[in-house]
Write a protein that binds this ligand. Sequence first.
Ligand code: SIN
Ligand code: MN
Length: 252
Amino acid sequence: MLQPFDLCPDHSELTNAKTTAPEGHKKKRKAGESTTDVASVQHLRPGLVLLKGFVKPEDQVKIVRTCRQLGIGPGGFYTPSFKNGAKMKLWMMCLGKNWDPTTGFYGPTHPCDGAQVPAIPEAFKIIAQTANSTASEFPQINPDICIINYYNNVGKLGLHQDKDESGRSINQGLPIVSISIGDTAEFLFSDARDKDRATKVNLESGDILILGGRSRLLFHGISHVKPNTTPTWLKEETGLRPGRVNLTFRQY
Ligand code: SIN
Ligand code: MN
């Protein structure tokens, strides 16, 4: 299928890229240490936990490469529309189950090419589950949905609630685990769909934000992406286009 979008368009750069993160980023971790370096665990409000710098550099590189591979294949990235027909200001692809923003329903196939959506890689699930255990506030999830968004430098996402998962998942406050890679985003959250009253927090490459429990139905969105904030090593290793990749893991 012809893809309108490719996270890392310079294939030669990808082919030549080393498979590990630069030494300066590796040395933070000792042999036998956990898979993550958590600079801090921030409790932003009840049920909203930010794990700063949780995803180690080599995993960020692998995530970008895997998303690129999946994104140019069947069921890959596309620009979705809302119910009213307006285009979203991002590219999206789904793993596990497809989320259709025009209906709010999950299904098995991609809306453009009819392909079965790809499975969630086990390595992705492990990162999401490890993060959730580290936050140690929420029941563990077995993610069966991963929505991947790519925002370029003018990408954004209005305030909304994630409420298309099953009633059981939402009522139990099962968390949504959100991984940020690439450029920093300004993330907004609020009790109401009102961006002037929303709190802002920067999500940087490698951060994981978890929305569960009393924050499971929090209004949230992305006001903007900050240009040229992707770590240099990530750009060099992956050839990632300017912009931000976000992965949200959910259990239906
Ligand atoms: C989302 O709300 O689905 C994505 C949020 C983000 O990009 O951080
Ligand atoms: Mn959301």
